[in-house]
Design a protein around this ligand. Structure first.
Ligand SMILES: NC(=O)c1ccc[n+]([C@@H]2O[C@H](COP(=O)([O-])OP(=O)(O)OC[C@H]3O[C@@H](n4cnc5c(N)ncnc54)[C@H](OP(=O)(O)O)[C@@H]3O)[C@@H](O)[C@H]2O)c1
Length: 363
C-alpha cells in the first residue's frame, strides 16, 4: 500500500508493510504528529512534524485525537527494542482516544461524534488527527472521562485479563503484585478491590513512600510493602491477616519476581507481563518441585489479536471496565497532562524513576 507523507514540505512515498494495514493509511490529514525516523533515545529521535495524508478511502474515518499516554512499550518501540516495530518513519504512541469527525461512504459502524480507541497496537496515536480504517477502531461511551478512555485499552485490559484468565479468584483471595504504582498496578488494585480480592502491593522505597502508600490504599490496596520488606520475615505476620496469594503479577523481573514467588500458595501462578528491571526471572527449584507453581506470561496485544474475530470478547471486557469507571471504582492512573509541543520533557519524565504519574498528551 502506498503511503504519502509530507515531511516539512518534502513529499515522500513509501511502500508500507507495517504492523497492521491501518498504519499505512493512518498519517493524519493536516495533522501535527510526533514522529521518529530512526530508533534511539526517545527525547532525541522524536520530532514534532506536520503531516499531510492521502484522501480518505470508503472504509476510513477521520479521527481527531483527544488524548494519548506515553507507555513503556511506546518508548521501547522508539528505542527499537520492542517485540513489534513499525516501519520507519513512524508516529509514536499505541493507545489514546479520539473523536470521529468524518466517515467514509462504506462505514456503517461509526458516525461523526463517536469516541474511539485503537483495537490493536501500532496506530501511532501521538498526533492531532488521523485517517484510520473503521475496523481498526472500537467505540467507547462518551460519558467516560477522556483520561480514562485514553488509558483504558492497554493497562486496565491487561489487569482485567490477568485477574480473570489465570486463577479462579474468589472474594477474600489474595493477589500479590510488584510495580504496584504503575498504570497496570493501579488498575489491578482497583479491579481486584471491586471484586473483593485482597492485594499485596510491592513498590520501590522512596522519600514519599507514605504518600504513595496512602494513594494506593485509597484506591483499594489491602497492603502496600516495599521491595525490602518483601524479603523480611515480618511478611509472615502480614499473611496472618490474609491468605497467601494464589496469583502473583510480575511487571519487574529479577529479584522482585523471585521474592514474590516465595509467598505464593502451593500450585499458584505467577504471570509476568513486564520487565522493568531488565533482569531475567529466576525460579527457585523448590518453588517448582515443592510448590508446583505455574510460571506464565501475558501480552495484551497477543490476546487482542487472538480474539480479533470474537467481537464480544473485547466489547464485553470494555463494557465491564466502563461500568467500574462510571461507578467510580476504576479511575485513570495518576496523570500529568502535556501538550504535544512539550514532548521532549514529557518523554524524559516518562523515563524517570519514582515519578508515579503517567505523561498523557492532550491535543
Ligand atoms: N504484557 C502486556 O500486555 C503489558 C501491558 C501493559 C503494560 N505492560 C508492561 O508493564 C510494565 C508497566 O507498564 P505501565 O504502563 O503500567 O508502567 P508505568 O505506569 O509507566 O509505570 C512504570 C512502573 O515501573 C516501575 N519501575 C521502573 N523501573 C523499575 C525498576 N528498575 N525496578 C522496579 N520497578 C521499576 C515504576 O516504579 P517506580 O515508581 O519505583 O519508578 C512504575 O511502577 C511495562 O513493562 C509495560 O511494558 C505489559
Amino acid at each position: 500500500m502506498k503511503l504519502s507523507l509530507l515531511f516539512r514540505g518534502r513529499r515522500v512515498y513509501r511502500t508500507a508493510v507495517l504492523l497492521k494495514n491501518n498504519y499505512s493509511v493512518s498519517a493524519a490529514r493536516n495533522s501535527t504528529a510526533l514522529l521518529y525516523r530512526n530508533h534511539g533515545e526517545p527525547s532525541q529521535v522524536v520530532q514534532l512534524e506536520s503531516l499531510v495524508s492521502p484522501q480518505m478511502g470508503p472504509d476510513s474515518v477521520l479521527v481527531k485525537m483527544l488524548a494519548a499516554p506515553i507507555n513503556p512499550s511506546d518508548l521501547n518501540m522508539i528505542q527499537g527494542t520492542y517485540a513489534i516495530l513499525p516501519e520507519l518513519p513512524a508516529v509514536g504512541g499505541n493507545e489514546g482516544v479520539g473523536e470521529v469527525v468524518e466517515v467514509g461512504v462504506e462505514v456503517k459502524t461509526l458516525k461523526a461524534g463517536d469516541r474511539v480507541i485503537p483495537r490493536d497496537a501500532g496506530t501511532g496515536t501521538w498526533r492531532t488527527a488521523a485517517v484510520l480504517k473503521a475496523d481498526d477502531l472500537v467505540t467507547l461511551p462518551k460519558d467516560i472521562p477522556v483520561l480514562s478512555a485514553a488509558t483504558l485499552g492497554v493497562n486496565p485490559c491487561t489487569a482485567f485479563r490477568m485477574l480473570t484468565d489465570f486463577e479462579e479468584l474468589k472474594p477474600g483471595d489474595t493477589v500479590i503484585q510488584n510495580a504496584a504504582n504503575s498504570g497496570v498496578g493501579q488498575a489491578v488494585v482497583q479491579i481486584a478491590a471491586a471484586k473483593g480480592i485482597q492485594t499485596v502491593n510491592v513498590v520501590r522505597d522512596r522519600p514519599d513512600l507514605q504518600q504513595l502508600s496512602d494513594r494506593l490504599t485509597a484506591l483499594g490496596a489491602t497492603h502496600v510493602v516495599t521491595e525490602e520488606k518483601l524479603r523480611r520475615p515480618e511478611m509472615k505476620e502480614l499473611f496472618k491477616s490474609c491468605p497467601r496469594p494464589k496469583l502473583a503479577l510480575n511487571g519487574v523481573g529479577g529479584k522482585s519476581a523471585t521474592e514474590m514467588l516465595r509467598h505464593l500458595q502451593n500450585g499458584g501462578s505467577m504471570v509476568t507481563y513486564g520487565g522493568m528491571a531488565k533482569q531475567p526471572v529466576t525460579v527457585p527449584v523448590s518453588a517448582l518441585i515443592f510448590k508446583d507453581v505455574k510460571i506464565r506470561g501475558f501480552w495484551v496485544t497477543r490476546w487482542k489479536r487472538d480474539n480479533k474475530h470474537d467481537e464480544d470478547a473485547l466489547r464485553s471486557m470494555l463494557d465491564e471496565l466502563c461500568v467500574l469507571i462510571r461507578a467510580g471504582k476504576l479511575t485513570a492512573p495518576a496523570c500529568t497532562e502535556v501538550r504535544l509541543q512539550d514532548f521532549r520533557k514529557a518523554l524524559e519524565n516518562a523515563m524517570k524513576p519514582y515519578v508515579s504519574t503517567k505523561q498523557v498528551f492532550v491535543m
